[in-house]
Design a protein around this ligand. Structure first.
Ligand SMILES: *Cc1c(COP(=O)(O)O)cnc(C)c1O
Length: 354
Protein backbone atom coordinates (compact mmCIF):
# COMPACT_ATOMS: atom_id res chain seq x y z
CA UNK A 1 0.00 0.00 0.00
CA UNK A 2 2.83 2.43 0.81
CA UNK A 3 4.72 4.36 -1.85
CA UNK A 4 8.43 3.76 -2.34
CA UNK A 5 8.97 7.44 -1.57
CA UNK A 6 7.42 7.26 1.87
CA UNK A 7 9.23 4.03 2.73
CA UNK A 8 12.54 5.80 2.21
CA UNK A 9 11.70 8.99 4.10
CA UNK A 10 13.62 9.88 7.25
CA UNK A 11 11.55 12.56 9.01
CA UNK A 12 12.84 15.37 11.20
CA UNK A 13 12.85 14.68 14.94
CA UNK A 14 11.38 17.69 16.70
CA UNK A 15 12.45 18.56 20.23
CA UNK A 16 10.38 16.57 22.70
CA UNK A 17 7.17 18.05 24.14
CA UNK A 18 6.58 15.50 26.94
CA UNK A 19 3.28 15.54 28.83
CA UNK A 20 4.25 13.16 31.69
CA UNK A 21 5.24 15.86 34.18
CA UNK A 22 6.05 19.53 34.16
CA UNK A 23 9.51 20.43 32.94
CA UNK A 24 11.51 23.60 32.62
CA UNK A 25 11.55 23.55 28.82
CA UNK A 26 14.89 24.74 27.51
CA UNK A 27 14.85 22.42 24.49
CA UNK A 28 12.87 23.93 21.60
CA UNK A 29 13.90 27.59 21.57
CA UNK A 30 10.46 28.92 22.35
CA UNK A 31 10.36 32.40 23.84
CA UNK A 32 9.96 32.36 27.64
CA UNK A 33 7.73 35.45 27.51
CA UNK A 34 4.08 35.46 26.44
CA UNK A 35 2.79 37.27 23.35
CA UNK A 36 0.96 40.58 24.04
CA UNK A 37 -2.15 40.35 26.28
CA UNK A 38 -4.05 42.36 23.67
CA UNK A 39 -4.38 39.17 21.57
CA UNK A 40 -7.06 38.00 24.04
CA UNK A 41 -9.19 41.02 23.26
CA UNK A 42 -8.60 40.58 19.55
CA UNK A 43 -9.74 36.94 19.74
CA UNK A 44 -12.91 37.98 21.54
CA UNK A 45 -13.69 40.53 18.86
CA UNK A 46 -13.27 38.25 15.84
CA UNK A 47 -16.26 37.73 13.60
CA UNK A 48 -16.83 33.98 13.96
CA UNK A 49 -19.36 34.04 11.13
CA UNK A 50 -16.38 34.62 8.82
CA UNK A 51 -15.21 31.10 9.62
CA UNK A 52 -17.73 29.72 7.14
CA UNK A 53 -15.69 31.29 4.33
CA UNK A 54 -12.23 30.27 3.17
CA UNK A 55 -9.53 32.68 4.34
CA UNK A 56 -7.69 35.08 2.01
CA UNK A 57 -5.38 32.77 -0.01
CA UNK A 58 -3.03 35.69 -0.76
CA UNK A 59 -2.80 36.86 2.89
CA UNK A 60 -2.91 40.37 1.44
CA UNK A 61 -3.27 42.35 4.67
CA UNK A 62 -0.55 40.40 6.47
CA UNK A 63 1.84 40.77 3.53
CA UNK A 64 1.15 44.55 3.48
CA UNK A 65 1.96 44.74 7.20
CA UNK A 66 5.12 42.66 6.93
CA UNK A 67 6.18 44.60 3.85
CA UNK A 68 5.83 47.93 5.62
CA UNK A 69 7.72 46.59 8.67
CA UNK A 70 10.65 45.73 6.40
CA UNK A 71 10.34 48.52 3.81
CA UNK A 72 9.23 46.22 0.97
CA UNK A 73 6.13 46.08 -1.24
CA UNK A 74 3.75 43.16 -0.47
CA UNK A 75 4.69 41.51 -3.80
CA UNK A 76 8.07 40.79 -2.23
CA UNK A 77 6.60 39.03 0.82
CA UNK A 78 5.45 35.41 0.96
CA UNK A 79 3.75 33.94 4.06
CA UNK A 80 2.81 30.42 4.99
CA UNK A 81 2.15 27.95 7.78
CA UNK A 82 5.38 28.16 9.81
CA UNK A 83 8.79 28.88 8.39
CA UNK A 84 9.39 25.13 8.14
CA UNK A 85 6.77 25.09 5.42
CA UNK A 86 8.25 28.20 3.79
CA UNK A 87 11.66 26.52 3.83
CA UNK A 88 10.31 23.36 2.28
CA UNK A 89 8.71 25.44 -0.51
CA UNK A 90 12.09 27.17 -1.00
CA UNK A 91 13.80 23.79 -1.48
CA UNK A 92 11.25 22.92 -4.14
CA UNK A 93 11.31 26.33 -5.83
CA UNK A 94 15.06 27.04 -5.93
CA UNK A 95 17.04 23.81 -5.89
CA UNK A 96 17.22 21.03 -8.44
CA UNK A 97 19.52 18.07 -8.85
CA UNK A 98 20.36 18.72 -12.49
CA UNK A 99 22.15 21.93 -11.61
CA UNK A 100 24.02 20.52 -8.60
CA UNK A 101 23.71 19.73 -4.90
CA UNK A 102 22.17 21.79 -2.13
CA UNK A 103 24.90 23.44 -0.13
CA UNK A 104 24.59 24.04 3.63
CA UNK A 105 26.86 24.00 6.70
CA UNK A 106 27.87 20.56 8.00
CA UNK A 107 26.49 21.57 11.40
CA UNK A 108 23.15 23.28 10.94
CA UNK A 109 19.36 23.02 11.21
CA UNK A 110 18.69 19.31 10.85
CA UNK A 111 15.55 19.88 8.80
CA UNK A 112 17.63 20.78 5.71
CA UNK A 113 18.81 17.21 4.97
CA UNK A 114 15.23 16.06 5.60
CA UNK A 115 13.91 18.36 2.85
CA UNK A 116 16.67 17.06 0.59
CA UNK A 117 15.51 13.50 1.18
CA UNK A 118 11.88 14.53 0.65
CA UNK A 119 12.61 16.20 -2.69
CA UNK A 120 15.34 13.75 -3.65
CA UNK A 121 18.06 16.40 -3.79
CA UNK A 122 21.73 15.58 -3.22
CA UNK A 123 23.52 17.87 -0.75
CA UNK A 124 26.99 19.00 0.26
CA UNK A 125 27.65 19.60 3.96
CA UNK A 126 30.26 22.39 4.10
CA UNK A 127 32.65 21.96 7.03
CA UNK A 128 32.68 24.68 9.69
CA UNK A 129 35.78 26.59 10.78
CA UNK A 130 37.56 25.17 13.86
CA UNK A 131 35.80 27.79 16.02
CA UNK A 132 32.41 26.44 14.79
CA UNK A 133 31.64 29.51 12.65
CA UNK A 134 30.41 28.88 9.10
CA UNK A 135 33.10 29.11 6.45
CA UNK A 136 32.28 31.34 3.48
CA UNK A 137 35.43 30.05 1.77
CA UNK A 138 33.99 26.53 1.86
CA UNK A 139 30.68 27.78 0.48
CA UNK A 140 32.50 29.49 -2.38
CA UNK A 141 34.69 26.45 -3.10
CA UNK A 142 31.58 24.31 -3.54
CA UNK A 143 29.42 26.95 -5.24
CA UNK A 144 30.07 25.61 -8.76
CA UNK A 145 28.89 22.10 -7.74
CA UNK A 146 25.77 23.41 -6.10
CA UNK A 147 22.35 24.54 -7.25
CA UNK A 148 22.24 26.98 -4.34
CA UNK A 149 23.04 27.64 -0.70
CA UNK A 150 21.01 27.75 2.51
CA UNK A 151 22.11 28.55 6.05
CA UNK A 152 20.58 29.93 9.22
CA UNK A 153 21.93 33.21 10.56
CA UNK A 154 22.65 32.99 13.44
CA UNK A 155 23.44 29.35 12.73
CA UNK A 156 21.64 26.60 14.63
CA UNK A 157 22.53 24.92 16.92
CA UNK A 158 25.73 26.93 17.43
CA UNK A 159 24.09 30.37 17.79
CA UNK A 160 27.04 31.96 15.97
CA UNK A 161 26.25 34.95 13.75
CA UNK A 162 27.80 35.57 10.36
CA UNK A 163 28.41 39.34 10.23
CA UNK A 164 26.75 41.38 7.45
CA UNK A 165 30.08 42.33 5.82
CA UNK A 166 30.92 38.63 5.44
CA UNK A 167 27.47 37.95 3.97
CA UNK A 168 27.97 40.77 1.52
CA UNK A 169 31.33 39.40 0.48
CA UNK A 170 29.80 35.92 0.08
CA UNK A 171 26.90 37.21 -2.03
CA UNK A 172 29.12 39.28 -4.27
CA UNK A 173 31.20 36.21 -5.11
CA UNK A 174 28.42 33.59 -5.23
CA UNK A 175 26.97 32.79 -8.71
CA UNK A 176 24.06 35.20 -9.23
CA UNK A 177 21.93 32.57 -10.96
CA UNK A 178 21.85 30.38 -7.82
CA UNK A 179 19.69 31.09 -4.80
CA UNK A 180 21.16 32.00 -1.43
CA UNK A 181 18.56 31.42 1.27
CA UNK A 182 19.24 32.90 4.69
CA UNK A 183 17.08 31.47 7.46
CA UNK A 184 16.79 34.29 9.98
CA UNK A 185 14.75 32.35 12.57
CA UNK A 186 16.92 33.79 15.37
CA UNK A 187 17.69 37.27 14.04
CA UNK A 188 15.61 39.08 16.68
CA UNK A 189 18.04 38.40 19.54
CA UNK A 190 20.82 40.81 18.65
CA UNK A 191 22.01 39.80 15.16
CA UNK A 192 22.03 42.04 12.10
CA UNK A 193 19.71 41.06 9.26
CA UNK A 194 20.80 40.63 5.64
CA UNK A 195 17.70 42.64 4.67
CA UNK A 196 19.63 45.72 3.42
CA UNK A 197 21.30 43.42 0.84
CA UNK A 198 18.03 42.25 -0.77
CA UNK A 199 17.91 44.97 -3.41
CA UNK A 200 21.47 44.39 -4.58
CA UNK A 201 21.22 40.60 -4.79
CA UNK A 202 18.05 39.30 -6.49
CA UNK A 203 19.17 35.72 -5.75
CA UNK A 204 18.92 36.39 -1.98
CA UNK A 205 15.85 35.08 -0.13
CA UNK A 206 15.38 35.73 3.60
CA UNK A 207 13.15 33.42 5.65
CA UNK A 208 11.67 34.53 8.98
CA UNK A 209 9.34 33.14 11.62
CA UNK A 210 6.87 34.38 14.25
CA UNK A 211 7.84 31.41 16.44
CA UNK A 212 10.95 32.64 18.24
CA UNK A 213 11.21 36.44 18.42
CA UNK A 214 7.42 36.94 18.42
CA UNK A 215 6.43 34.28 20.97
CA UNK A 216 3.92 32.73 18.60
CA UNK A 217 5.24 29.22 17.93
CA UNK A 218 1.73 27.89 18.54
CA UNK A 219 0.33 30.00 15.70
CA UNK A 220 2.56 28.60 12.91
CA UNK A 221 3.48 31.65 10.82
CA UNK A 222 6.59 31.99 8.71
CA UNK A 223 7.47 34.27 5.82
CA UNK A 224 10.00 34.90 3.09
CA UNK A 225 11.33 38.18 1.69
CA UNK A 226 12.85 38.29 -1.76
CA UNK A 227 12.44 39.48 -5.33
CA UNK A 228 8.98 39.46 -6.94
CA UNK A 229 10.14 36.57 -9.07
CA UNK A 230 11.19 34.52 -6.04
CA UNK A 231 7.93 35.30 -4.21
CA UNK A 232 5.89 34.34 -7.29
CA UNK A 233 7.75 31.03 -7.45
CA UNK A 234 6.88 30.34 -3.79
CA UNK A 235 3.22 31.09 -4.52
CA UNK A 236 3.30 28.65 -7.41
CA UNK A 237 4.64 25.94 -5.10
CA UNK A 238 2.15 26.78 -2.33
CA UNK A 239 -0.76 26.70 -4.76
CA UNK A 240 0.35 23.26 -5.90
CA UNK A 241 0.05 21.91 -2.33
CA UNK A 242 -2.63 23.89 -0.53
CA UNK A 243 -4.34 27.14 -1.50
CA UNK A 244 -5.14 28.16 2.09
CA UNK A 245 -2.28 27.26 4.42
CA UNK A 246 -3.00 30.21 6.74
CA UNK A 247 -6.39 30.26 8.41
CA UNK A 248 -8.43 33.39 9.08
CA UNK A 249 -7.67 33.50 12.83
CA UNK A 250 -3.91 33.12 12.33
CA UNK A 251 -3.90 35.89 9.75
CA UNK A 252 -5.76 38.21 12.14
CA UNK A 253 -3.43 37.50 15.09
CA UNK A 254 -0.34 37.80 12.89
CA UNK A 255 -1.50 41.20 11.57
CA UNK A 256 -2.07 42.35 15.14
CA UNK A 257 1.38 41.09 16.19
CA UNK A 258 2.98 43.15 13.41
CA UNK A 259 1.75 46.30 15.22
CA UNK A 260 3.49 45.29 18.48
CA UNK A 261 7.11 45.66 17.37
CA UNK A 262 8.06 47.68 20.45
CA UNK A 263 6.70 45.01 22.81
CA UNK A 264 8.75 42.30 21.08
CA UNK A 265 11.86 44.47 20.93
CA UNK A 266 11.85 44.94 24.71
CA UNK A 267 11.02 41.29 25.35
CA UNK A 268 13.89 40.06 23.16
CA UNK A 269 16.34 42.53 24.71
CA UNK A 270 15.44 40.85 28.03
CA UNK A 271 16.21 37.43 26.53
CA UNK A 272 19.55 38.69 25.17
CA UNK A 273 20.40 40.15 28.56
CA UNK A 274 19.61 36.86 30.31
CA UNK A 275 21.80 35.08 27.73
CA UNK A 276 24.77 37.33 28.58
CA UNK A 277 24.45 36.76 32.33
CA UNK A 278 23.84 33.02 31.94
CA UNK A 279 26.86 32.66 29.63
CA UNK A 280 29.09 34.46 32.15
CA UNK A 281 27.91 32.13 34.89
CA UNK A 282 28.56 29.02 32.79
CA UNK A 283 32.04 30.22 31.83
CA UNK A 284 32.84 30.97 35.49
CA UNK A 285 32.02 27.36 36.35
CA UNK A 286 34.26 25.86 33.67
CA UNK A 287 31.91 25.46 30.71
CA UNK A 288 32.85 26.18 27.11
CA UNK A 289 30.10 28.31 25.54
CA UNK A 290 30.02 29.27 21.87
CA UNK A 291 29.36 33.01 21.31
CA UNK A 292 25.62 33.16 20.67
CA UNK A 293 23.43 35.86 19.12
CA UNK A 294 20.36 33.62 19.39
CA UNK A 295 17.89 32.74 22.16
CA UNK A 296 19.92 29.67 23.08
CA UNK A 297 23.52 28.76 23.84
CA UNK A 298 25.50 25.77 22.67
CA UNK A 299 27.73 24.67 25.52
CA UNK A 300 29.80 21.81 26.87
CA UNK A 301 31.27 20.94 30.22
CA UNK A 302 34.62 19.12 29.97
CA UNK A 303 34.45 15.78 31.73
CA UNK A 304 30.81 14.94 31.02
CA UNK A 305 29.28 13.95 27.69
CA UNK A 306 26.46 15.91 26.11
CA UNK A 307 24.21 12.89 26.37
CA UNK A 308 24.85 12.45 30.09
CA UNK A 309 24.20 16.12 30.68
CA UNK A 310 20.92 15.84 28.81
CA UNK A 311 19.87 12.72 30.78
CA UNK A 312 20.86 14.05 34.19
CA UNK A 313 19.03 17.30 33.53
CA UNK A 314 15.92 15.51 32.31
CA UNK A 315 15.78 13.36 35.46
CA UNK A 316 15.80 16.60 37.41
CA UNK A 317 13.00 18.19 35.41
CA UNK A 318 14.98 20.30 32.92
CA UNK A 319 14.86 19.64 29.20
CA UNK A 320 17.70 20.66 26.89
CA UNK A 321 18.56 19.42 23.40
CA UNK A 322 21.37 17.01 22.63
CA UNK A 323 22.44 16.07 19.09
CA UNK A 324 23.88 12.64 18.60
CA UNK A 325 26.27 13.73 15.88
CA UNK A 326 30.03 13.62 15.61
CA UNK A 327 31.85 16.93 16.36
CA UNK A 328 28.94 18.26 18.44
CA UNK A 329 27.99 15.31 20.66
CA UNK A 330 29.82 16.83 23.63
CA UNK A 331 27.49 19.83 23.55
CA UNK A 332 23.97 20.57 24.68
CA UNK A 333 21.80 23.32 23.31
CA UNK A 334 20.18 25.30 26.10
CA UNK A 335 17.28 27.64 25.30
CA UNK A 336 17.35 30.93 27.19
CA UNK A 337 14.38 30.98 29.55
CA UNK A 338 13.48 33.49 32.24
CA UNK A 339 16.22 34.55 34.69
CA UNK A 340 14.56 32.22 37.24
CA UNK A 341 14.75 29.25 34.80
CA UNK A 342 18.44 29.89 34.25
CA UNK A 343 19.12 30.13 38.00
CA UNK A 344 17.44 26.76 38.49
CA UNK A 345 19.55 25.34 35.65
CA UNK A 346 22.80 26.60 37.22
CA UNK A 347 21.81 25.42 40.67
CA UNK A 348 20.81 21.98 39.38
CA UNK A 349 24.02 21.35 37.42
CA UNK A 350 26.17 22.59 40.29
CA UNK A 351 24.67 19.83 42.46
CA UNK A 352 25.31 16.89 40.14
CA UNK A 353 28.60 18.07 38.61
CA UNK A 354 30.53 18.25 41.88
C1 LIG B 1 12.71 27.11 14.76
C2 LIG B 1 13.37 27.15 13.43
C3 LIG B 1 12.62 27.23 12.26
C4 LIG B 1 11.15 26.89 12.25
O1 LIG B 1 10.30 27.82 12.60
P1 LIG B 1 8.74 27.62 12.45
O2 LIG B 1 8.31 28.93 11.87
O3 LIG B 1 8.24 27.42 13.83
O4 LIG B 1 8.41 26.48 11.54
C5 LIG B 1 13.27 27.41 11.06
N1 LIG B 1 14.61 27.46 11.00
C6 LIG B 1 15.36 27.36 12.09
C7 LIG B 1 16.84 27.41 11.97
C8 LIG B 1 14.76 27.18 13.33
O5 LIG B 1 15.50 26.99 14.41
Amino acid sequence: MLSEAVKNLVPYTAGEQPQDRSYIKLNTNENPYPPPESIKKLLGSLDTERLKFYPDPLCSRLREKLGSLHGLPPERVFVSNGSDEVLSFCFYAFFDRNRGSVLFPAVTYSFYPVYCSFYNLPYIPALLNPDFSVSIDRFLQEAANSSGLIFPNPNAPTGILLEPDKIESLLSRFPQDKAVIIDEAYIDFGGKSALPLLDRFPNLVIVRTFSKGMSLAGLRIGYALGSKEAVNALFTVKDSFNSYPLDYISQEIACHACDQAEYFRKMNAEVANTRTIFTENLVKTGWQVLPSQANFVFARKPGISGRDLYLKLKERGILVRHFNKETIDQFVRITIGTPADMDIFLHTVSRFLN
